[in-house]
Design a protein around this ligand. Structure first.
Ligand code: NAD
Ligand code: ZN
Length: 363
């Protein structure tokens, strides 16, 4: 069971995104494009422990040597020390221009490995095998790679497109519910900014209690990924439309920051951030039913009581974000569901009221 779509990048290259349950045969076929000497694998520690035989099956028949670098679990792996260790590893083992680097894991592994692939020898072929819902519908697509800096998230990095992506939902069988919910926020985001029927589909899957069963999520994963592909294709270097993918995210980044990047997962923060964005949209005249999102609130078990800042302080944090230009906060709001627009605010009372409302919902 598999399917694929093509992704066009700014350099007129295209790459394939494959979706399915057990993509061993497709992967085995694709790696024939590379020399059979060696491949580098950067693998999330959990995935390495639980899925090693699965990915080795597809790779061992072609490559004589597989050099495996274990990526520690968690966001802290996206740091310059681990990056250095990975670069040392790849260079010491004798990488060549055509040697592929295969990233197998969630967004952390993908972002870190992508940056290694982008920078070693000014670029070696990168293959993404995303293993979390978030990575399948979001981080493995679009070519953003990078690591964090002590002054902020994702501040060191580059745009670097993969040679192919294999979204194999077999990996999702071991994904804990907390991580499903984390990735779900991005899926809901596509529902809000692009295809409202996604919200209905999620509702049905949740009612069937189907976390764990990656197969039943496959169509929705493919639909979500396709939306990201389409938006990115129109705006590879993030000058315009791609900003719509940040729906909920300006608020979310502040929540993540206020929780020191440990209290709240990205997905939790995005969920609350989307509620804030809908509220803000409605205060500017839209008429969007908040229950589109609130119906999923029980899944999140989220309170914002660890956000130890007042609404005013949160606005201040928003303004101090490194990506803020000219003190203007950029929000992605909705005229109605599936109709996003960019809104730049300097009048902060309105944002402050939005925070008050959101903190209240998540008391
Ligand atoms: P993650 O990579 O940390 O994975 C979450 C957890 O799931 C980890 O503990 C990991 O060990 C575990 N895991 C991974 N695959 C598993 C599996 N199949 N079964 C069981 N456990 C598994 O986090 P994530 O949510 O996938 O990604 C978050 C990262 O992605 C952030 O660093 C974020 O900045 C980045 N991101 C990047 C982009 C982009 O465009 N490049 C977009 C969105 C997010
Ligand atoms: Zn996100």
């Amino acid at each position: 069971m598999s399917d694929s779509i093509s992704v066009q990048t700014s350099t007129a290259d295209t790459y394939e995104l494959h979706f399915g349950y057990d993509l061993s045969a497709e992967l085995e076929h694709f790696v024939q494009n590379f020399g059979s000497g060696k491949a580098f694998l950067m693998v999330d520690a959990f995935v390495l422990k639980h899925h090693r035989t699965h990915f080795e099956k597809a790779l061992k028949s072609h490559f004589k040597e597989l050099h495996v670098f274990e990526v520690p679990r968690g966001e802290q792996a996206k740091n310059i020390e681990v990056y250095k260790q990975a670069v040392d590893f790849v260079l010491n083992e004798g990488v060549e221009r055509g040697t592929p680097l295969i990233a197998i894991g969630g967004g952390v592994t993908g972002d870190l490995s992508g940056f290694v692939a982008a920078t070693v020898l000014r670029g070696i072929p990168l293959i993404h095998i995303p293993t979390t819902l978030l990575a399948m519908v979001d981080s493995s697509i679009g070519g953003k790679t990078g690591i964090n800096h002590i002054t902020g998230k994702n501040l060191i990095g580059s745009f670097y497109q993969p040679a192919a992506v294999f979204a194999d939902v077999k990996y999702l069988e071991t994904l804990p519910e907390k991580e499903w919910v984390n990735g779900l926020s991005e899926v809901l985001k596509y529902g809000m900014i692009h295809s409202p029927e996604i919200l209905e589909k999620v509702k049905t899957l949740i009612e069937q209690n189907t976390f764990v069963d990656g197969k039943s999520w496959l169509p929705l994963i493919q639909q979500s990924a396709t939306i990201k592909v389409e938006i990115v294709a129109e705006d590879v270097l993030e000058a315009g439309k791609r900003a719509f993918l940040n729906f909920g995210h300006t608020f979310a980044h502040v929540i993540e920051k206020a929780g020191n990047y440990t209290t709240y997962s990205h997905g939790e923060a995005v969920y609350a951030g989307m509620i804030a964005a809908v509220h803000a949209s409605n205060s500017l005249g839209a008429n969007i039913d908040l229950s589109n999102l609130l119906q999923f609130k029980p899944l999140y078990k989220l309170t914002l009581d660890q956000v130890d800042s007042s609404a005013k302080e949160l606005v201040h944090l928003m303004k101090s974000d490194k990506k803020v230009k000219d003190e203007q906060i950029q929000l992605i709001l909705l005229k109605q569901i599936s109709s996003p627009y960019v809104y730049k605010v300097s009048e902060t009372d309105f944002v402050e009221r939005t925070w008050e409302h959101t903190l209240n919902i998540f008391k």
